[in-house]
Each structure stands twice: as C-alpha cells, then as structure tokens.
Write a protein that binds this ligand. Sequence first.
Ligand code: ZN
Length: 121
Amino acid sequence: MLTLAAAGALWFRHGKFGIWGVILGGLAGCMTLPAIMCLLALVWMLFVTGYPRLPACRNGCCVGKTGYELKRFGDGFAWKCNCGDYYERRGRDFVFLNEEGTGAVVRTWRPLRGWFPRYGQ
Ligand SMILES: [Zn+2]
C-alpha cells in the first residue's frame, strides 16, 4: 500500500504537476489497492458465492439477510428462513435440509447468470 502510494507520488512528480501532482499521485496510489480488493470481491461474488448469497427459499418468499436467520441445526448451524425451513450453502448449491439432515438442492448459482431452481419448482 505504501509502496503503491510512493510509486504514484514518484510517477506524478516526473510530470508537470508540482506538489499537487505528488499529493494526488499519492492519493491515487492509496486508492489502487482498495479498488483492486473491491474488484476481486465482486468477481468472487459473481463466480462463487452468488448474489444474494442466500437466494429465495422453496416457497419463494424469503430472500437475503432479512429472510434468513442463522440457527442451531443438529451438530452445527443452518439458515432458517421465515417459513421455518432450514437451508445451507454447499459450494454453489443452496440446499434444503429435512429433519434427518439430508439435503435436497433447491437452487444452484450459475456464474454471471444468477440462481437457477433445481428442486420442487
Ligand atoms: Zn421461506
């Protein structure tokens, strides 16, 4: 980060921008890293985690952070939707959990294309 800022400052110093060039260059250098991180996070989300991370439930009424609550389920945790069903994420799949804890894939995230229904739809 500091290296980037210094590189930005140096690069601008060679131009005809004077002290403002150094300041702006330093700022630009500082902004580069967060911008790259944001871009990487966006790419990761579009390809792997999906958006919203928790898609609509089986009934199609609960979605995202407001539709689900993290609750104890068996030995671990699962997402409970407002209808009272339990779900979990397995890779790109969104899985409905029945009482025995065996799951059925409800939706699958397809990179750049969205959530696609798989079961009971
Ligand atoms: Zn629901």
